[in-house]
Design a protein around this ligand. Structure first.
Ligand code: NDP
Ligand code: 8X3
Length: 259
């Protein structure tokens, strides 16, 4: 039987758009309280207002750049007393930059992907998990990618970061064995969000062409699976969920209509 999320506290990184924002809506509908984190405070505020109006959900804004280790630690350590007991951490903040060759991609792009997708996820995990262990309750849900399994040309840095998320998820599960804390790695294929706009720095035509002629997953498709993982009975740990659009079988094998 599904477990209830009423009054549970969910911390979502990257809540300002895409999968993170969709998770906020699904968990709010299920009665949870949300800690909404990302860099764009205006987007977080608009989302919090919507959640309050639509679901009467309580939200706390946590504007944060996950690349900044000190800021992450201090933000988690100084949460208001009634928000400190985090039940579910959704490590979702992440991005890709460009499709440049490994030997040509700028160091700045490499570092942004590594610092956000690997180091940022680790900073947040290290700040939150000790409290979960102390309280004997918690669930860490990382957003990996099928890119962890399939390297594609020009994507090796991003793919390496998602391979790291897979390994960090597996290792965290091992390190938490003997505690009730659960660990899940969600690995989506194409999801149509701001992801490709960010990858191609606002070149919307190029971003749209990624999904041309095929039906991509939606942020809601993924949020529903995350909610499913979070609501399994406490003795059930979904370790990995690998999910692609029906029109996709690997990072580079896509079925496109009319092409
Ligand atoms: P979006 O671009 O829509 O969302 C990314 C989120 O990450 C935004 O809320 C952004 O917020 C946040 N973010 C980025 N950098 C930082 C940072 N340094 N500090 C804090 N927050 C940050 O893309 P998606 O929703 O698609 O992506 C969510 C996750 O899903 C990512 O980890 C991505 O790698 C993964 N994924 C996406 C797939 C896809 O096809 N879309 C497929 C597989 C995995 P802000 O800019 O306000 O900080
Ligand atoms: C995002 C999906 O295939 O663009 O993780 O890398 S892909």
């Amino acid at each position: 039987m599904a477990i209830a999320l009423e009054n549970q506290t969910i911390l979502i990184t990257g809540a300002s758009s895409g999968i993170g924002a969709a998770c906020a809506r699904f968990f709010a509908e299920a009665g949870a309280r949300l800690i909404l984190s990302a860099r764009r405070k205006d987007k977080l505020q608009a989302l919090a207002d919507e959640l309050s109006k639509t679901y009467e959900a309580k939200s706390l804004l946590l504007p944060l750049d996950v690349q900044q280790s000190d800021a992450v630690t201090s933000a988690i350590d100084t949460l208001p007393a009634d928000w400190q007991k985090i039940d579910v951490l959704i490590n979702n903040a992440g991005l890709s930059r460009g499709l440049d060759k490994q030997y040509e991609v700028s160091l700045q792009d490499c570092e942004e992907m590594i610092d956000t997708n690997i180091k940022g996820l680790l900073y947040v995990t290290r700040a939150v998990v000790p409290g979960m262990v102390e309280r004997g309750q918690g669930h860490v849900i990382n957003i990996g990618s099928i890119a962890a399994h399939y390297t594609y040309p020009g994507g090796s840095i991003y793919c390496a970061t998602k391979a790291a998320v897979k390994v960090l998820s597996e290792g965290l599960k091992m390190d938490l064995l003997g505690t009730p804390i659960r660990v899940t790695n969600i690995e989506p294929g194409f999801v149509e969000t701001e992801f490709s706009d960010v990858r191609f720095r606002g070149d919307t035509d190029r971003a749209k062409s990624v999904y041309k002629g095929m039906t991509a997953l939606t942020a809601e498709d993924i949020a529903e699976l995350i909610l499913f993982a979070a609501t399994r009975p406490l003795h059930v740990n979904i370790s990995e969920l690998y999910v692609v659009p029906t029109d996709q079988s690997s990072s580079t094998l896509i079925y496109r209509r009319g092409s």
